[in-house]
Every structure is written in structure tokens, then in C-alpha cells.
Design a binder for this molecule. Structure first.
Ligand SMILES: [Zn+2]
Length: 272
């Protein structure tokens, strides 16, 4: 005689198996997310500008190209110490075309691409740190680096933004472009000219790449922006999306920010 239990048995087993499958799928999804963030073994560091391309805007006193190189050269050993292979798109004051920078990045499939820049604007009051990404898979990296950077620097938090800069569009690996503050802002330019501060920036970028929590204590610098949540801002201005050309361009565009901390700003220089 077949009992109810006997007939229910397979149903229960199916239900349990179903839950098992769901659990496995969930675990696999979590594992995939985790591996997506940790699978890379190489970091390609891209110090913005170089050579005849000083970066920034005409007449800018502090050359961006030297600041980006210095922070990048400080970032390199920090990442190597953490076990990453590091590739530099440039390690001296030379000009490297944007297409070459993207090609270098794309030749390392297990890498992430980190472009280091400083910002500039015709209005000296413009200040703050902002981080850009383009592909969806780059968003977590952008958020992590930005969070570390604004947590460790005294600059305003201008947010994480999605924008189609050349080097972000043309890279096939997770790619992030960091604007470490405005060299046209007297306060931030002063900070940037301090080697101690540039070391701090490198340390925070490294922390963001390693996805480590921010330091509990910040010794050298106060942080006015730590209370600000770093939310992803799905800002995408199609006017800046261009598909043609590997030639280095310097184009000025102006845009009005849409965040509450809106300030009209001339987006300057390279903005690749
Ligand atoms: Zn730049």
C-alpha cells in the first residue's frame, strides 16, 4: 500500500531539491559578483597627459601632467606590495596617445584600468573630487575608489559619474577615471603640491582598489565630506559621446551639474 507519505515523498524531495537549486544559484551569483571584483591580477595605471600635453587649462600654473604622474608612481608600489602586477601607460613625462593607452589596457584581460587625473576650471572656486566610469562592470570599482578617496581627502565629494570619455569607452576591462581635485582651486592646488598629500591620495586609491575599509583615523587631513553618501549618479550626457578618432583631443565643454551641490563648471582640458 502506498501511503500519503510515500506519495508526498517525491514532492518533498522536489521541494527540497528546488530550494537547494535556488540556494546554489544564489551562492553562484554571489560568487560571480565577488569574483568579478577580485578576479583581476593586474592594475594598469594611466597617469593623465604627459609630454607636450600639460593637461588642465591654458595658463594653469600647476601642470596636471606632473601631478598625475607623481600620484601614479606612488600608487604603483602600494599595489605591487599588495600582490598586483602593475603596468604603467607611462612612467616618465612623455605623451602617449589615448588609443595607445586603451590598447595597453586591453592587452591585459585580467586587469583593471585606473586613469589618474586632476581637474581644472576657469572658475577658481570649483573644487572637489569626482570619479568616472562607463561600463556597468566598472561601477563597483569606481564607487570603491571614490569612497576611499573622498574619505581620506579634505576635498568636496562631487560624486561618481558615468560618462563616455574615450579611455573609458575604448577599454574592455573595468576602467575608472579619477579626478583628484582642482589644480585651479587655490586650496586644492596647494594640497596637490604637497608630496605628503599626493602620497595620501595614492594610498586612498590603493585602498579603493583593494576594497578595504577606510582608515578609522585620519591624521593629516580633516574630511568635510565624510558624511556625504557616495551614491552612483547615473549621469550620462550623450553630447560628450563620440566614437571617432584616436587622436588626442583637447575639447572644452561646459555643463551644468544636476546634483544638489550644483555648480556651474567648465569641464576642462583632456576629459578623454
Ligand atoms: Zn586630466
Amino acid at each position: 500500500m502506498r501511503s500519503h507519505a510515500a506519495t508526498k515523498g517525491p514532492l518533498i524531495m522536489r521541494a527540497r531539491f528546488g530550494r537547494y537549486v535556488v540556494c546554489c544559484l544564489a551562492a553562484a551569483a554571489l560568487a560571480a559578483t565577488a569574483s568579478a571584483q577580485t578576479r583581476y591580477t593586474t592594475v594598469v595605471i594611466d597617469p593623465g597627459h604627459g609630454g607636450f600635453d600639460r593637461g588642465g587649462i591654458p595658463g594653469q600654473r600647476v601642470p596636471e601632467k606632473m601631478m598625475t604622474l607623481d600620484v601614479s608612481l606612488r600608487l604603483k608600489p602600494l599595489l605591487e606590495k599588495a600582490g598586483y602586477r602593475v603596468v604603467m601607460t607611462r612612467d616618465t613625462d612623455v605623451f602617449v596617445p589615448l588609443g595607445t593607452r586603451a590598447a595597453i589596457a586591453n592587452s591585459y584581460p585580467n586587469a583593471i584600468f585606473v586613469c589618474v587625473h586632476f581637474n581644472s576650471a576657469t572658475r577658481s572656486g570649483a573644487n572637489g573630487i569626482e570619479t568616472y566610469f562607463y561600463s556597468t562592470e566598472s561601477a563597483p570599482l569606481a564607487a570603491s575608489i571614490h569612497s576611499a578617496l573622498v574619505g581620506g581627502a579634505p576635498s568636496e565629494n562631487r560624486g561618481v559619474r558615468r560618462r563616455g570619455y574615450f579611455v573609458l569607452r575604448r577599454t574592455t576591462i573595468p576602467a575608472v577615471l579619477i579626478e583628484c581635485g582642482f589644480l585651479t582651486n587655490p586650496t586644492e592646488a596647494q594640497y596637490a603640491q604637497s608630496s605628503e598629500y599626493r602620497q595620501k591620495l595614492a594610498q586612498e586609491i590603493a585602498r579603493g582598489i583593494l576594497n578595504r575599509p577606510a582608515l578609522a583615523t585620519r591624521t593629516a587631513y580633516t574630511n568635510r565630506s565624510s558624511r556625504v553618501d557616495v551614491g552612483l549618479q547615473p549621469f550620462l550626457d550623450q553630447r560628450f559621446m563620440r566614437e571617432s578618432g584616436t587622436k588626442h583631443r583637447r575639447h572644452k565643454t561646459s555643463t551644468t551639474k544636476k546634483s544638489p551641490s550644483t555648480e556651474k563648471k567648465k569641464v576642462s582640458s583632456e576629459e578623454q
